[in-house]
Design a protein around this ligand. Structure first.
Ligand SMILES: NC(=O)c1ccc[n+]([C@@H]2O[C@H](COP(=O)([O-])OP(=O)(O)OC[C@H]3O[C@@H](n4cnc5c(N)ncnc54)[C@H](OP(=O)(O)O)[C@@H]3O)[C@@H](O)[C@H]2O)c1
Length: 309
């Protein structure tokens, strides 16, 4: 398989200050990539990454550097607050309009490859079906958001850029979602959400970073790639496993009606339903997952070694 070399390549990362990006940047710098960052707050990004990373607010200012590789992670937090009309617009604009503007800025000197984040929410939700990259988009706001974001990314192909759309699952890593779940579990308040049969397609952060690097380097990789571990679980199993890792009981289910009342569609699409996605393309490319099993991934993410049996 042909490969593109990350060493000494020029890489533009958007959303670099976020959960995934802030772990990606040190890895890129370690291999010798020349990294620039697009951020709404370049000063803060500079403080985070140091002077060897060029940080700008306007894409036009970075376009002059003609980055060879673009990793597009920027987007307002999907689970940060309820999906009011105004919030939906922010979620869409921060991904679709943002990616459109990036493409316009880079059109004169297009990158060789764009690795664009998306999510398994693309497939909608289902308790019974398993989804691979060949499946089309589902219904609901999360699916629409992913589809429109992917369409905008895919338009880079018109510039001659290879585009990989990473449909990312629930990312487990230091900080992030697991850290937020730890407190209620530690207090003995952890429990399945609703009936607990909804699927959770999770992935460890190390594998998201590994798949981003694979997507950059393997020049035959193109189109949608599910960035999920090969063993998705139901919410009930996820809850039991987290309880075991933390050594805490998981007896109190979180009632569905309370979440629906508080969060509306967002509760329905993100918490009370889920999607079972399979990483067909990643496995076909020869990618070997560092954390294929949930318990090991959780222990690694939370820094908890295996307890003696
Ligand atoms: N983490 C997951 O479990 C997961 C799962 C599936 C998909 N994804 C997707 O993968 C991408 C990266 O995930 P992440 O967890 O690293 O995200 P994150 O921590 O929320 O960071 C996203 C970054 O996007 C930028 N951003 C935030 N609001 C913005 C806005 N209104 N307009 C433009 N940029 C904005 C911010 O960078 P600046 O402040 O520097 O501009 C922020 O640091 C996201 O788009 C996310 O939807 C994540």
């Amino acid at each position: 398989m042909t490969t593109l070399d990350l060493r000494s390549a020029s890489v533009l990362v958007t959303g670099a200050t976020g959960f995934i990006g802030s772990h990606l940047l040190p890895r890129l710098l370690r291999v010798g990539a020349r990294v620039s960052v697009l951020s709404r707050d370049p000063e803060r990004a500079r403080r985070a990454f140091g002077t060897e990373v060029r940080c700008e607010r306007e894409p036009d200012r970075l376009a002059a550097d003609a980055p060879q590789i673009v990793i597009n992670l920027a987007g307002a937090g999907i689970a940060e607050r309820p999906w009011t009309r105004a919030r939906r617009k922010v979620l869409l604009d921060s991904r679709v309009a943002f990616t459109d503007a990036l493409r316009t800025s880079l059109a004169k000197a297009p990158p060789s490859v764009l690795v664009n984040a998306s999510a398994v929410g693309y497939y909608g939700v289902s308790e019974s079906r398993e989804f691979s990259e060949e499946d089309g988009p589902g219904s609901g706001f999360a699916a629409e958001l992913c589809r429109r974001w992917e369409d905008s990314a895919e338009a880079f192909t018109g510039l001659g850029t290879r585009v990989v759309r990473l449909r990312i699952g629930l990312v487990l890593g230091p900080g992030g979602l697991l850290q937020r779940m730890k407190l209620p579990f530690s207090l003995g308040l952890g429990g399945r959400i609703g009936h607990g049969r909804q699927w959770m397609s999770w992935v460890h952060l190390d594998d998201v970073l590994g798949l981003i690097e694979t997507a950059v380097m393997e020049t035959s990789m193109t189109g949608a790639v599910n960035a999920v571990a090969p063993n998705p679980v139901t919410n009930a199993e996820f809850t039991r496993t987290l309880g075991r890792v933390l050594g805490r009981p998981t007896l109190l289910p979180v009632p569905a009606f309370a979440l629906r009342t508080l969060l509306g569609d967002m509760a329905e699409e993100l918490l009370l339903s889920g999607v079972r996605a399979h990483p067909n393309r990643a496995l076909a490319s020869g990618y070997a997952f560092e954390h294929p099993e949930l318990e090991g991934a959780m222990r690694a993410a939370l820094g908890r070694g295996r307890s003696a049996a």
